[in-house]
Design a protein around this ligand. Structure first.
Ligand code: OGA
Ligand code: NI
Length: 363
């Protein structure tokens, strides 16, 4: 039975539009109370000073999906296992999504964010809603705000879509999002299947069911006033509260960084690649064998940056908990929870480090 998509799960408090603020920096500087909503107590560059030069040579692993699907896949599968166990992040090449589909998606997202504010505002998030144009995870007037706007849509399964929030401008947006969404969901499902195989799960659907639903978060990071660039973040450190994320870096300007050995390692945009990362739900299902990794987005004083994150998760009406076969003789380290309760927990929390995992751990 198809379970209806739940509504009124909780939303974000309304916040100023950052693209608009970036266009009038003098107003921002002239309004200290506004500026202080974005300014971090510590410069974020402190964290950028990595422990040692070793980090500079470290790169997020690159996985070839074509090779992972071959009969002769043992070597690539082993590389992916290491990427899942040691990094939580990898870039995927040779994924089979046509270059034209990716490029058209980029053009449509750039076109959408370039629309006048009034036009985008007609697709604004409704109070208590998660979809639409606005911001996510703002739960108090005191918390520091991210230097970014976002546009979020539920894209899979088709019955979860709220088509009145899908832009009709650019005119190709809807069709393009539909093809891109299906293509990315296919990649997510193939990666989860490969993970299931690596984990020794007999039933691959234990993992592939985490590609059943998809939400698309389109991020827009405007240039940040030069004077404040080291005291603002585009996206606060967080792990993704989902099963598997596949991110397309729309712009060639870097910004995504992952936490590793006490420092921050950039994920450099690789033309044509998707960035995959293990989400909190995979951490729960694998009983911590594959851990979600904190990441953040830094801002740039001169250039705007965009990205498209496709979040994959299980369906409402199902449960998340450590898989028996993966747990084996080990102790169970995470609680089991219904998908509905899990989503409510996530949406009522501030985006902060690995706080969801702390709530899910059995202590
Ligand atoms: C996200 C995310 C990073 C980026 O949307 O969850 O981590 O580079 N985005 O925009
Ligand atoms: Ni993220």
């Amino acid at each position: 039975m198809e379970v209806a998509k739940p509504r009124n799960l909780g939303g974000s408090l309304p916040v100023p539009n950052v693209q608009d603020l970036a266009a009038r920096p003098q107003d921002l500087t002239a309004t200290p109370t506004l500026l202080h909503r974005y300014l971090l107590p510590q410069p974020n560059t402190v964290d950028l000073q990595l422990d040692g030069p070793a980090h500079e040579q470290e790169h997020v692993p690159v996985i070839d999906l074509g090779r992972l699907l071959q009969d002769d896949r043992a070597e690539e599968a082993a590389r992916m296992r290491l990427a899942c166990e040691n990094w939580g992040f990898f870039q995927i090449v040779n994924h089979g999504i046509p270059e034209e589909t990716m490029e058209e998606m980029k053009r449509n997202v750039m076109g959408f964010f370039a629309l006048p504010l009034e036009e985008k505002a007609s697709l604004a998030q409704e109070p208590g809603g998660i979809e639409g144009y606005g911001q996510a995870f703002v739960v108090s007037e005191e918390q520091k705000l991210d230097w970014a706007d976002m546009f979020f849509l539920l894209t899979q399964p088709p019955s979860y879509r709220d088509l009145h929030l899908w832009p009709s401008n650019p005119s190709t947006f809807k069709n393009c999002l539909e093809s891109y969404s299906a293509a990315v969901q296919r990649v997510a499902s193939e990666l989860l299947r490969a993970m299931a195989e690596n984990l020794g799960a007999r039933d691959h659907s234990d993992m592939t069911r985490l590609a059943a639903t998809q939400g698309m978060r389109m991020n827009y990071y405007p240039p940040c006033p030069e004077a404040h660039v080291d005291r603002m973040l585009g996206l606060s450190p967080h792990s993704d509260a989902v099963g598997l994320t596949l991110l397309l870096q729309v712009s060639s300007v870097p910004g995504l960084q992952i936490r590793r050995n006490g420092g921050w390692v950039p994920v450099m945009p690789l033309p044509g690649a998707l960035v995959a990362n293990v989400g909190d739900v995979v951490e729960v299902l694998t009983n911590g064998k594959y851990k979600s990794v904190e990441h953040r987005a830094v801002v740039n004083a001169r250039e705007e940056r965009m990205s498209i994150a496709a979040f994959h998760s299980g369906k409402f009406g199902t449960t998340y908990g450590p898989l028996e076969e993966v747990v084996g003789d080990e102790e169970v380290r995470y609680r089991s929870i219904s998908v509905e309760d899990y989503v409510k927990l996530v949406l009522s929390s501030k985006l902060e480090g690995k706080n969801i995992m702390d709530a899910m751990k059995i202590t």
